[in-house]
Structures are given as structure tokens and as C-alpha cells.
Design a protein around this ligand. Structure first.
Ligand code: GLU
Length: 502
């Protein structure tokens, strides 16, 4: 029994707190959130902390923080990392116990006393014989009363689900279409471990049903779990959600992304300076294609066009250049205040915020926006445009030397001859007249002289060209322009003197 298109839609994200959120599980969270929003439904967060050894409270806290940072607010779920019986599986024993009892009472599950050593030998034998490892049903035929006595005497046992023989499980995957599995290929599986904790297949499926989840989008590594979970839910009389399995995320070389989780954890990406909106826009297109792409969009707009039917089956390639393109697109649309808030959230970015006079901030952002991807870019421009002493980079010095000190003298003279109120065009017009230079031959050395930065092959690829000179000009008072040209002339003379000496 599977939920059909019954409203309202309820989705969930159900992470195991055994590590930080990375691109892969962030995409799963996003897709579920978008599906819920698309339908005006609800998005839940549940913590699957049944692995006592690997689950950690700090990871729960970090998960909540990362999800909030991404903007994926949950309608129901934990408000903090302190485990509670509503949202943490480690505390939901009271919900599970009656279901174990029911499985036992109906014979849908049985106690299994097989030791780990026996199971390991069994798996080895099966593999050696070229068969897939599967429980052989040794305990399936034990007398139930005997088994209860052994348990009462303290013998450790797991509770195993009895997979019905000779049946077919059919379901419609939201992404992959009709699926059909022969139950004879599924071994009897554990629903409750010997230490009393619920096994993943059980807690995961049962909680979805108990929490009224209608749709589950999850990684395709879970596809093979679905038939087992459908059998289990039917056996306890609970209604199953509809499942959709997302294609694997791979890197440019086609390798699973999960091999490089560290560098792709959300906290690493956040520390690098990526904006949550850039990540959401990137992730919303990893394995999912919009019928009409909304371009750089907020979550509302990303949700509007989101459609599980448009999730592909082929592995989804994560191309970092695409992510950077979203970062650029999102930055281009941020107003100066939001750019300031973004930078203020980063230790490096704060240096830029502190360096630029407040009144100059909007003009600063307008001037350097095209050269901003990460906080470090803002620092570089802020320091060069507003520092007391201009630091000329090697490429800027080359540009000054190539243009020659005469050119800079002419630029300075043109500036001092400029009548009050005359602007950038008047100045460059006069410099052009005096020097015969036009276009980039005129603007490049002037920009190098005024900023100390020459965009070059050594600059980040996304700089390609420097900020527009006219916009930079308006950042400075006349006295500051004089001072900057004077510094450039001094640097040029110094270069000449050095050359004479060698
Ligand atoms: N805790 C599971 C995981 O993180 C959830 C799987 C699911 O979404 O059903 O893989």
C-alpha cells in the first residue's frame, strides 16, 4: 500500500548525525523542502541517531545550523540538539515497542539467535559459491515459545523480519518509474538489534508512516531498501510514503562525490565564502532540470518550478565552475547592504567592510561587484582603493613601466588643469589628447596607476577585466586622485632609476 496523490504533501529530511552536511545530503534536504513548498505542504526534520557509536550531539547541532544557514526551515522537527522523543529515533522506543510486539504476534518477525561469527561464516560461504550474501533462515523455524524462553534466559537475539516467499513487490518510484522486485531475492532482515535499538530499515520506514510523510526523496543508495520497507509497513498495517530515488552525485571525473566529503562539507563551502543562495541554486539543478529555468532564484521561485518528474536517472555531475557561476549571478543581484552583511560574516570580509568609508560603500560595491566572488576579493580591492599607501602589484608596475613616466606626468597635468566640476570623461579626454592613447591603451595604465592592481593571467579567472575606471574615479575626492597619481609617478620614476642602475 502506497500513498497516492493525497494532499497535503509532507516531506522530510532524515539525516544520521554521524558527520557534517555535505553537498550530497544538502541536495536531498533541498529537494524535499522544495517539493513540500511547491505543493504548499510541510517539511519535517527527523534525526536518525540509532547508531549509538557514530551519532554525535555536535553533529546534530551542526546539521541544524547548516540547514538554517541554507534557509531550509523545517515546519516540524527539533529546535535544538537535545534529543527528544518526537524527533530523535534514539528516544522513540515507546513508538517502536508495540510494533515489534505486533510483528512477533503475527509471526511476521522472529527472534534470531545466530551469532555474528556464524553470520560471517555464512556470508563467506555464499560469496565463495558466487551467491549474494543473504540470511539463510536458520532461526525462522524455531518454535516461538522456545525462542521466548531463550530470550528470557538472557540469550542475545535480534528481531528479524520474515520476508514472504515467492511474491513480487511493485512500486512506482517518483524518479525511476515502475519497480518490481522478487521477494525471494530479499533475505530476512533485522528490525531490532540485540541491544534493543531499532535497525535503520525499521525505524526509518515506521517513522515516515507515523509522521504522516507522503513523499520521500532520497539517495539512490536506498533504492534496494524500499521493497523491504514496503513489506514491513504492510505487515504492521501502516501506510507507506511514495519514494523517489535521486541520482548519485559525481565529480567532473565521474567519481562519487562522497569520496571527497571534507572539501564539500557545507561548513567548508561557507567558510570559503559561498552564499547560501548560490548553493541552493546550484543544488536545485543537480539531477533536476527546470522546464523553464527561473535563473538565479530564491527558494520560493526554485520551489515553484520544482518537479520530481524532472529529476534524471543519470549520475548528476557537480561542476565547481557552475557553482561559481551561481555565486557570481547571486552576488550581482545583491544590494550593497546585503553584500556588506555577507562580508561582515567572514573574518576576511570584515577587513573590507572596515576599510571602506561607510558613505562610499554603495559606490565601492557598484565599482568592484564584477570582480567579487569571495571575501578575499573584496579585501584586495578595499585595501587598494582605500589604503593610505598604495601597494602596486607586479603587473601594475609592468603596466606603468610600459606606459612610461611621461604618460603619467601628462595624466597628472591634465588632472590639475581640470576645471572644478569637470568629470572623468573630461579628464580622460584630455589625457587622450595629450598622449595620443585610446581605449585600453589609455584606460589600463590609468587604472593600474590609480588602483595598484593590474588584472592579469595571475588574477582569478573570474576577474578577466578590472572594475570600470569611471566608477572607480567617483570613489575618490580630487585630492585623493592627485595623491594616487603622484604615487604612481613616484613608482615609475623609481622603476626608471632601477633600470638605469642595471
Ligand atoms: N538516515 C538516512 C540517511 O541519512 C535516511 C535515508 C532516507 O532518507 O530514507 O541516509
Amino acid at each position: 500500500m502506497q500513498k497516492q496523490d493525497r494532499e497535503p504533501i509532507r516531506t522530510r529530511f532524515a539525516p544520521s548525525p554521524t558527520g557534517r552536511l555535505h553537498l550530497g545530503n544538502a541536495r536531498t534536504a533541498l529537494f524535499n523542502a522544495l517539493l513540500a513548498r511547491h505543493a504548499g505542504g510541510e517539511f519535517l526534520l527527523r534525526i536518525e541517531d540509532t547508531d549509538r557509536e557514530r551519532s554525535r550531539r555536535e553533529y546534530v547541532a551542526a546539521l541544524l545550523e547548516d540547514l538554517r544557514w541554507l534557509g531550509l526551515a523545517w515546519d516540524h522537527g527539533p529546535s535544538g540538539a537535545e534529543p527528544d522523543p518526537d524527533w530523535f529515533q534514539s528516544r522513540r522506543e515507546a513508538h517502536y515497542a508495540p510494533l515489534y510486539a505486533r510483528l512477533l504476534a503475527t509471526g511476521a518477525a522472529y527472534w534470531c539467535f545466530c551469532t555474528e561469527a556464524r553470520l560471517a561464516r555464512l556470508r563467506q560461504r555464499q560469496r565463495a559459491a558466487g551467491r549474494p550474501p543473504r540470511y539463510d533462515g536458520a532461526c525462522a523455524r524455531l518454535d516461538a515459545a522456545d525462542a521466548e524462553r531463550r530470550r528470557a534466559a538472557g540469550e542475545p537475539a535480534v528481531l528479524r523480519f520474515r520476508v514472504p516467499a515467492g511474491r513480487r513487490v511493485r512500486f512506482e518510484d517518483l524518479v525511476r518509474g515502475p519497480q518490481e522486485v522478487d521477494t525471494d531475492t530479499l533475505g530476512d532482515f533485522v528490525v531490532r538489534r540485540a541491544d534493543g535499538t531499532p535497525a535503520f530499515l525499521f525505524a526509518n520506514a515506521v517513522d515516515d508512516a507515523l509522521m504522516g510523510i507522503t513523499h520521500v526523496l532520497r539517495g539512490e543508495d536506498h533504492l534496494s531498501n524500499t521493497p523491504r520497507q514496503l513489506l514491513l509497513l504492510a505487515a504492521v498495517g501502516l501506510e507507506a510514503p511514495r519514494y523517489g530515488h535521486l541520482p548519485l552525485l559525481v565529480d567532473a571525473a565521474g567519481r562519487p562525490l562522497s569520496k571527497r566529503l571534507g572539501s564539500l562539507s557545507l561548513d567548508a563551502l561557507r567558510a570559503r565564502g559561498y552564499l547560501p543562495a548560490a548553493l541552493c541554486n546550484h543544488l536545485a539543478r543537480l539531477g533536476h532540470a527546470y522546464a523553464e529555468d527561473p535563473g538565479p532564484a530564491d527558494l520560493e521561485a526554485l520551489a515553484r518550478g520544482f518537479d520530481p518528474a524532472r529529476i534524471g536517472r543519470a549520475p548528476a555531475r557537480h561542476d565547481p565552475a557552475r557553482l561559481d557561476a551561481w555565486q557570481k549571478a547571486v552576488l550581482e543581484r545583491l544590494d550593497p547592504g546585503a553584500v556588506r552583511a555577507w562580508l561582515a560574516g567572514h573574518p576576511e570580509g570584515r577587513r573590507a567592510v572596515e576599510r571602506v568609508p561607510r558613505a562610499r560603500w554603495p559606490d565601492f560595491v557598484a565599482a568592484v561587484r564584477g570582480n567579487l566572488r569571495f571575501p578575499e576579493d573584496a579585501v584586495r580591492w578595499a585595501e587598494n582603493l582605500f589604503a593610505e599607501a598604495i601597494a602596486y602589484d607586479a603587473y601594475a608596475l609592468d603596466a606603468l613601466r610600459a606606459a612610461g613616466c611621461d604618460f603619467l606626468d601628462a595624466a597628472a597635468e591634465a588632472l590639475s588643469a581640470l576645471p572644478p566640476g569637470a568629470g572623468f570623461r573630461d579628464w580622460t579626454g584630455r589625457v587622450a589628447e595629450r598622449t595620443g592613447r585610446r581605449g585600453r591603451w589609455l584606460f589600463q595604465p590609468l587604472r593600474a596607476a590609480l588602483t595598484g592592481i593590474q588584472v592579469s593571467g595571475a588574477s582569478p579567472g573570474y576577474w578577466r577585466q578590472g572594475p570600470e575606471l569611471g566608477r572607480l574615479w567617483s570613489l575618490w575626492e580630487r585630492g585623493e586622485l592627485d595623491r594616487r597619481l603622484e604615487a604612481a609617478r613616484a613608482a615609475c620614476r623609481h622603476l626608471d632609476a632601477m633600470r638605469e642602475r642595471t
